[in-house]
Design a binder for this molecule. Structure first.
Ligand SMILES: *Cc1c(COP(=O)(O)O)cnc(C)c1O
Length: 400
């Protein structure tokens, strides 16, 4: 797996672009991460919860019917949707909460947009008796009422953020202010492979269980490595989790799928890697979608979890060095894949994951039956069923 340099850079990407007061806080987290990541007691405790609580290892499922229907490459799904809480995010929050515990912190703060990271954080905090504060934009609170209730049910306090655009960016700002004031007893839990060093590296580490399992499972099932890996990319954590353990296996091709929204040409998308420029956002350098003043542009995706104007530094580096290719899938194509996987395999994917499924199906068609493709099914679609039903009802989406 790739490591950043001492200052947290992958090539020109990553680093720390934060107020000086945060440097000692990030140093403390870095030191703890380095001390514990390979520590036998820490690893044993993490493994225990990943097995007994999250339900790992989850299967690498061979999609016999879908493969037959497409009649191209063999399609396997890594079933992160079967984890407790229904997605990959829990791998990271369990890892980070154990680290916070080692640091003696009793209070966890996080920001959330769609609410999924908030729910995964609140879950880990309930399990480890941590006070849990979730910053969430007022606009997002209205849009994601059910996730707000879930977090509260899990014992978290959801703090409405009323400044600026009242969305994710403002929630990040408010969480960072809290951290600067309270860091002696507070730990900041970041939800994707983004943010200042060491977060992208730490999130890669905790999510890499996905790729480590998948590698072992495909060697058992097929006796060789896959030809392609495909995963959706929002901030990039489920994707880097699958990709990073295969980084050195140059024969394995890597494809990240970004949200193309209503089509790249309409400007309504969140395809940071496909058409963004290098810039600084939320404390680190990556490919971003920004205006001339350096302000993050409004982004759009039918998948709330992919709606982010930046992307992890490791992905930015994979793109520049050609280790991975990044493509985009539109809202329409993702919704078609959401329906297709449900019908053909009886698996309802998250709309985020449906982006990977959509591209995986297109790709498989062009390949031969002796080739192997692994798609990361980052989450289950139960959370999205109502949204799709409403889109069908008001004619925004027509089921073929
Ligand atoms: C949050 C989320 C994503 C996007 O986040 P990444 O950090 O890019 O993985 C993708 N799929 C699901 C199911 C999610 O909940």
């Amino acid at each position: 797996m790739l490591k950043p340099n001492e200052n947290g850079y992958y090539g020109e990407f990553g680093g720390r672009y934060v107020p000086p007061q945060l440097i000692p806080v990030l140093d403390e987290v870095t030191e703890a991460f380095l001390q514990y990541k390979d520590d036998p007691d820490f690893t044993e405790e993490l493994d225990y919860y990943l097995t007994q609580y999250v339900g790992r290892p989850n299967p690498l499922y061979f999609c016999g019917k879908l493969t037959q229907k497409i009649s191209g490459a063999q399609i396997y799904l890594k079933r992160e949707d079967l984890n407790h809480t229904g997605a990959h995010k829990i791998n990271n929050t369990i890892g980070q909460v154990l680290l916070a515990k080692r640091l003696g912190k009793k209070r966890i703060i996080a920001e959330t947009g769609a609410g999924q990271h908030g729910v995964a954080t609140a879950t880990a905090c309930a399990l480890f008796d941590m006070e849990c504060i979730i910053y969430m934009g007022e606009v997002d609170i209205k849009r994601q009422a059910l996730n707000v209730f879930r977090m509260e049910l899990l014992g978290a306090k959801v703090v409405p953020v009323t400044r600026g655009t009242k969305t994710l960016k403002d929630a990040v700002d408010e969480a960072l202010e809290d951290l600067i004031k309270n860091y002696d007893h507070t730990y900041y839990m970041l939800g994707s492979a983004v943010g200042p060093h060491p977060y992208p590296w730490m999130v890669q580490h905790f999510q890499s269980i996905i790729g480590r399992e998948a590698k072992k499972q495909i060697l058992e099932a097929a006796g060789r490595l896959p030809d392609y890996l495909v995963a959706c990319v929002g901030g990039g954590s489920n994707a880097i989790g699958l990709f990073s353990p295969f980084y050195q296996d140059k024969e394995v091709k890597i494809v990240g799928v970004e949200p193309g929204g209503k089509g790249i040409e309409t400007g309504e998308h969140a395809a940071s890697l496909s058409i963004g420029e290098p810039g600084v956002i939320h404390g680190f350098k990556c490919y971003t979608l920004m205006d001339e003043k350096g302000e993050p542009l409004p982004v759009h995706s039918v998948a709330a979890g992919l709606d982010y104007p930046g992307v992890g530094p490791e992905h930015s580096y994979y793109k520049d060095t050609g280790r991975a290719e990044y493509v985009s899938i539109t809202d329409q194509e993702a919704l078609d894949a959401f329906v297709e996987l449900s019908r053909v395999e009886g698996i309802i994917p998250a709309i985020e994951s449906s982006h990977a499924v959509a591209y995986g199906m297109k790709l498989a068609q062009k390949l031969s039956p002796d080739q192997i493709l692994i798609i990361n099914l980052s989450g289950r679609g139960d959370k999205d069923v109502q949204q799709v039903a409403e889109m069908v009802e008001n004619g925004q989406y027509i089921v073929k």
